[in-house]
Each structure stands twice: as structure tokens, then as C-alpha cells.
Design a protein around this ligand. Structure first.
Ligand SMILES: NC(=O)c1ccc[n+]([C@@H]2O[C@H](COP(=O)([O-])OP(=O)(O)OC[C@H]3O[C@@H](n4cnc5c(N)ncnc54)[C@H](OP(=O)(O)O)[C@@H]3O)[C@@H](O)[C@H]2O)c1
Length: 309
């Protein structure tokens, strides 16, 4: 996502080199979405180009669910009508230069379309060989169960990190009961759980962290103090904060596959180091003492906050 939107400007050459280096380092799961090109296909085109030489060796996940052609004030940004899903999938296949999508996610639950209709459409696309597995993002346990009854859901993707732990109450128990894998997005708290966080005003104009609540006023000061403690803890284990944050997620279970985002090879290489770290029980407990309830400040403004039903 960050290679095309949300976190300031990108550099396609370095982005492509980063994706290819990821594959060399053993990463085989790549996440994109229609949304990340705002209807232009930009992020899917970038990914398709980068993975051309090894496409059949990796998992490509993409997402539908927004009404990008008709976005505007006073209108729902969501659109999971079956006819729209089919159009988005054809576009994604073309942009990604592939015959099949490994994981097709509904990006956000659309209250205007029964989830059974959405799941039924994905089932048809799987039957047609255009999609291999079904995924959902930010769905609540009840919606997940209804979709799963029509077409088995392979993975649920939702924000989960040292900063955002709400999924631990109902969502993780539900996916585990149903045998669904869990993909935490923004595992580095959109870059706060690293050594390079800076005040909101210092990010580029187009960077969403300028208005993210976790970066504002007292929230920022408190979150920064927690990250400084995490930094000391990480250093005592010979790790960086990013490696500690990813290692903590990996320690939550084998069914958890965090997807971090970075635009550069150097940070990719740093983050991949988390895969070979094993955090002690003492360190895991200390992490929870530092951030007992996650971050200060909500992860989305109220208008954008997903409701898990
Ligand atoms: N389903 C959804 O609704 C949803 C929502 C958000 C994201 N996602 C998916 O999840 C993926 C990851 O989310 P995210 O990008 O928000 O995750 P993230 O990994 O929590 O944060 C990414 C930010 O952290 C920075 N960063 C990464 N590694 C770093 C390091 N070692 N040191 C310092 N800074 C570092 C990146 O900067 P640089 O790029 O400059 O390195 C970037 O600004 C996205 O790419 C997207 O595919 C899904």
C-alpha cells in the first residue's frame, strides 16, 4: 500500500527492487488492493511488474469493496455488489498480469449487500478458476460465520499489533474456532513501532499520519514514551523496535501471518530479521507491561472506524 499511497511519495524503481529482494529473502505473500491505486490500478500494476519472473511461486492477495468510480461527499464509499466485484476482479487480473488471484479479500463489509451474496460471488469466481481462496478484512465474527457457511474463508485481515489489540477479545477466538488464518495489517502501527517515528507535522502533506490520532498531542507523547521503552527492551535482546513488534506478533501463534509495509530494501532486510527471532517469555511479558492496552488514540477517525458485526 505504502508504495502507492497513504505514506507520502514513493519511488517505483526502489519499490520494485524491494519486492524482488523480498522474494529472494523467502517472502512469498504479497498484499495489494484495488483501493491502493484509487481506481488506476497503480499498486497492482507495480506488483504485477515486480513479480513477473516468479509469479507462480508466490501468493498474491488483492481486495475489492470500494465504489472508486463514484466516490464523493454524502455517498457510501463501499460497493460489494456482485456485478462490481466481477468488474474489479477482471481489472485486477489485467493489472497484475495474471490468470488467477490467490486470495481475494472483501476490503470492508458493505452493509448494503447481504454477505451471502458477496460470498456466493467469490465462490463462483473460485469455480471459474479466477480466484483460489476467499478472504475478508475487518469483518466481525457473525459476518465471518455467515460468509464462511457459503464459501469457506481462508484468511481474515484486520489491524493487529502491539498498538491495536482489540481483535484478541472476540475475533481471534472466532477465527481459531473456524480454522481461518489471521493476517495482521499495519503490524508496525503504521510506522510508529519503529525507531523513525516523528511528529505528525514532519510527514509529507499526502501522508495520513498527519491526521492519525495516535500522532496527535498528548497521544503522541505517551505513545513515544512507550516506544522508547520498547526500544530499550529490544536493544537488550539485540533487536530493533520493528523486529520486536513483528516478533511479538509471530509469537501469538502459527496461524498469524503479519504483513508489514516498506518501500525500501534496507528496512525490508531489517524486518525480515524478525522471522528468525524467538522472544523469551520474560520479554513477551515485559512488552505487555509497557503497552497493557495498546496505543493512545484511535486507529481510525470515527467516520472510518470499521464496525465489527
Ligand atoms: N485491510 C486493510 O484495511 C489494510 C489497511 C492498511 C494496510 N493494509 C495492508 O497491510 C500492509 C501493511 O500495512 P502498513 O503499511 O500500514 O504497515 P506497517 O508495517 O505497520 O507500517 C508501514 C510504515 O512503517 C514504516 N516502516 C516499515 N519498516 C520500518 C523499519 N524497519 N523502520 C522504520 N520504519 C519502518 C514504513 O516506512 P517506509 O515505507 O518508508 O519504510 C511505513 O511508513 C499494507 O501494505 C497493506 O497491504 C491493509
Amino acid at each position: 500500500m505504502g508504495m502507492s499511497m497513504a505514506y507520502g511519495s514513493g519511488n517505483d524503481e526502489e519499490s520494485i527492487a524491494t519486492i524482488r529482494r523480498a522474494y529472494e529473502l523467502g517472502i512469498t505473500h504479497f498484499d495489494t488492493a484495488e483501493l491502493y491505486g484509487m481506481g488506476t490500478g497503480a499498486n497492482e500494476i507495480l506488483l504485477g511488474q515486480a513479480v513477473k519472473g516468479f509469479r507462480d511461486k508466490i501468493v498474491i492477495a488483492t481486495k475489492f469493496g470500494f465504489d472508486l468510480p463514484n466516490m464523493g461527499p454524502g455517498k457510501s464509499p463501499l460497493d460489494s455488489r456482485p456485478e462490481r466485484i466481477r468488474v474489479v476482479v477482471e481489472n485486477s487480473l489485467r493489472y497484475l498480469q495474471t490468470d488467477y488471484i490467490d486470495v481475494l479479500y472483501q476490503h470492508r463489509v458493505d452493509p448494503a449487500v447481504p454477505i451471502e451474496d458477496v460470498a456466493g460471488t467469490v465462490k463462483d469466481l473460485i469455480g471459474a478458476g479466477k480466484v483460489r481462496f476467499s478472504g475478508m478484512s475487518e469483518a466481525g465474527a457473525s459476518t465471518l460465520r455467515r460468509a464462511h457457511a457459503v464459501q469457506p474463508v481462508s484468511v481474515l485481515q484486520t489491524e493487529y499489533s502491539l498498538f491495536e489489540r482489540d481483535v484478541e477479545r472476540e475475533i481471534l477466538p472466532a477465527v481459531r474456532e473456524l480454522g481461518i488464518g489471521f493476517v495482521p495489517y499495519s503490524p508496525l502501527g503504521r510506522g510508529f513501532l519503529t525507531s523513525t517515528v516523528k511528529p505528525a507535522a514532519e510527514y509529507e502533506e499526502s501522508d495520513m499520519r498527519r491526521w492519525d490520532e495516535r500522532w496527535q498531542g498528548e497521544n503522541y507523547t505517551k505513545n513515544l514514551a512507550a516506544v522508547e521503552q520498547l526500544h530499550q527492551l529490544a536493544a537488550s535482546e539485540g533487536l530493533t523496535v520493528a523486529q520486536l513488534a513483528l516478533g511479538w506478533l509471530l509469537a501469538q501463534g502459527d496461524d498469524i501471518v503479519p504483513i508489514f509495509g516498506t518501500k525500501t530494501r534496507s528496512r525490508l532486510e531489517e524486518n525480515v530479521g524478525a522471522a528468525t527471532t524467538s522472544l523469551s517469555a520474560v520479554t513477551l511479558a515485559r512488552v505487555k507491561e509497557i503497552l497493557p492496552n495498546g496505543s493512545f488514540g484511535a486507529r481510525y477517525p470515527a467516520d472510518f472506524m470499521p464496525t465489527w458485526t
